[in-house]
Write a protein that binds this ligand. Structure first.
Ligand SMILES: *[C@@H]1O[C@H](CO)[C@@H](O)[C@H](O)[C@H]1NC(C)=O
Ligand SMILES: *[C@@H]1O[C@H](CO)[C@@H](O)[C@H](O)[C@H]1NC(C)=O
Ligand SMILES: *[C@@H]1O[C@H](CO)[C@@H](O)[C@H](O)[C@H]1NC(C)=O
Ligand SMILES: *[C@@H]1O[C@H](CO)[C@@H](O)[C@H](O)[C@H]1NC(C)=O
Ligand SMILES: *[C@@H]1O[C@H](CO)[C@@H](O)[C@H](O)[C@H]1NC(C)=O
Length: 468
């Protein structure tokens, strides 16, 4: 482009753009960012992040999650390789010299020709809110010390910062994602993990050694802040060809969640309150049709959410309902048909899902008018509906989903095939700041952002694209 265009051609070009705006503005933005093209490969077994901690029978794979409905309890879990070792957790608050003790229960399981180590789960109860605690495991033998901070008491204007990670796996890219989450200047206080943890099932016989390596890899974060678990398809580990017919066996032995505290009858769907958020975890891989346990639970659960106490209603699931990539296309559709009207009725603020190895954020839309005969089966803008975010871009060995549907659907606000993580930063009952970070950028750079206005307290239009 050597010569400058004449003024008449500029006017023409502008006119052309204006006249064609409705045609050009099909959907939102498809980022043209040039993503990493190298193959995604798992870190080898002798990688630094998989190192077994020194000392005989040292506790490894230490991880914590919320242990009750409100955040006064925590489940501390760890694995010992050779023998059960001490069941004790010794813990004390930063402000006190008084040491307390709690005991774990120990589990083992076999999977084909793999035998697990001794998996300890210990629920510590009656903690003070908003307090730093130290805790020690491996008591009296090879002791390891960690710390955690309990959330503030549940309340409507309590700020709280959630990290969002999905489909993490254990590749070099997974390590980059975790590093970016840790180095993000906006510090996440807990991770909402939308499923697909280790990807051990991609190995021959679902080599459960890769569950152990994953546990050691993420310990550097999850031993210090709770990760809230959602079951993904890579947690199913259903392998009848090798005699393994009990779904979710490794996952349920290794990762305990406080499902009973929300009257759930299975660890795949449950809820917690944390600060000003009410978080509902659903299972894309458990029955969700009418009359099923999950359906009945959710039907009773949604009316219990008191937005005066917890203004922010967040739902986690693995398989997205709104996904405009050519991967896992429409896999979430049957669950959407069952539950979407409830999400609109109860004004869910945001739904986070994984499964598709890329990033996408929707407008506030719903598709609930259809009744078989009226033909109304297209998503429409709906300010009472949630925003749907796919954050399955943790970086697992299966690589990026790069193949998108065209044109970009109108409901899709932003999509990009890059690895990354996100932060949902609740400021008060009306405002939350959301940012998605791609791994190729500096730690502080946000590639997609949005101010969320709470659907109950401040239900004004918060869309980032103007109505077409
Ligand atoms: C399990 O079996 C596979 C092959 O079937 C073999 O390569 C592996 O070494 C075995 N692992 C153990 C712990 O026996
Ligand atoms: C993983 O990331 C950490 C922190 O950035 C780094 O110290 C470590 O060397 C990385 N390991 C591998 C195998 O990439
Ligand atoms: C909802 O929470 C508020 C604030 O904690 C409380 O005052 C109110 O009684 C609760 N409503 C119900 C129906 O429990
Ligand atoms: C993208 O997905 C579509 C639909 O599944 C398929 O027809 C097409 O071949 C794919 N393109 C590439 C480059 O894989
Ligand atoms: C809530 O947070 C937003 C964003 O920080 C701020 O602009 C607003 O004034 C806050 N509302 C109240 C009532 O403090």
């Amino acid at each position: 482009m050597g010569s400058s265009p004449s003024s008449s051609s500029v006017v023409f070009a502008v006119l052309f753009l204006v006249l064609n705006a409705p045609v050009l503005c099909h959907g939102g933005k498809t980022s043209s960012f040039v993503r990493k093209v190298e193959k995604t490969v798992d870190m080898p077994l002798d990688s630094d992040v998989f190192r077994v901690p020194p000392g005989n029978n040292a506790p490894q794979q230490v991880h914590i999650t919320q242990g009750d409905h409100v955040g006064k309890a925590v489940i501390v879990s760890w694995v010992t390789a050779n023998e059960p070792g001490s069941k004790k957790v010794i813990y004390w608050s930063e402000n006190s010299e008084q040491k307390e003790e709690a005991n774990s229960k120990v589990y083992t399981y076999k999977f084909y020709n793999y035998t697990s180590g001794y998996i300890h789960h210990c629920t510590i109860r009656n903690l003070e809110f908003n307090t730093k605690y130290y805790y020690v495991v491996g008591v009296g033998h090879t002791e390891r010390k960690f710390w955690l901070t309990t959330p503030p008491a549940v309340g409507p204007d309590v700020p709280y910062t959630f990290g969002l990670i999905g489909d993490l796996g254990q590749s070099y890219d997974s390590n980059t994602t975790l590093t970016h989450y840790e180095k993000n200047p906006t510090k996440g206080q807990a991770v909402l993990f939308v499923g697909d943890l280790s990807y051990a099932d991609n190995y021959p016989n679902h080599d459960n050694v890769r569950w152990d390596t994953w546990g050691r890899f993420v310990e550097r974060s999850v031993a210090y802040q709770p990760w809230i678990w959602t079951a993904g398809n890579h947690e199913i580990d259903f392998a009848p060809e090798i005699g393994e017919t009990k779904p979710f066996k490794p996952f349920t032995h290794r990762y305990h969640v406080p499902y009973r505290a929300s009257q759930s009858t299975a660890p795949f769907w449950y809820s917690i309150k944390r600060a000003s958020a009410y978080i509902i975890v659903l299972s894309s891989y458990s029955a969700y049709g009418k009359y099923t346990p999950q359906y009945k639970w959710l039907e009773e659960e949604l009316p219990k959410v008191n937005r005066s106490e917890t203004p922010w209603l967040i739902v986690l699931m693995h398989s997205p309902w709104y996904n405009s990539y050519n991967y896992h296309y429409m896999e979430g559709e049957t669950m959407r048909v069952m539950y979407e009207r409830w999400f609109v009725q109860y004004k869910v603020d945001v739904v986070f899902a994984g499964h598709v190895h890329a990033y996408e954020r929707s407008e506030r839309i719903s598709n609930i008018a259809y009744n078989i005969v009226n033909g109304k089966c297209v998503p429409v803008r709906d300010q009472t509906a949630p925003v749907y975010i796919t954050i399955g871009d943790g970086g697992n060995l299966e690589g990026l989903a790069t193949n998108m549907t065209y044109p970009q659907p109108e409901y899709s606000a932003y999509r990009e095939a890059s690895f990354g993580h996100a932060i949902f930063d609740i400021k008060n009952r009306t405002h939350a700041y959301y940012g998605w970070h791609r791994n190729q950028d500096g730690y502080a750079v946000e590639a997609d952002t949005m101010w969320f206005y709470n659907r109950y307290w401040h239900p004004v239009d918060d869309s980032t694209n103007s109505e077409p």
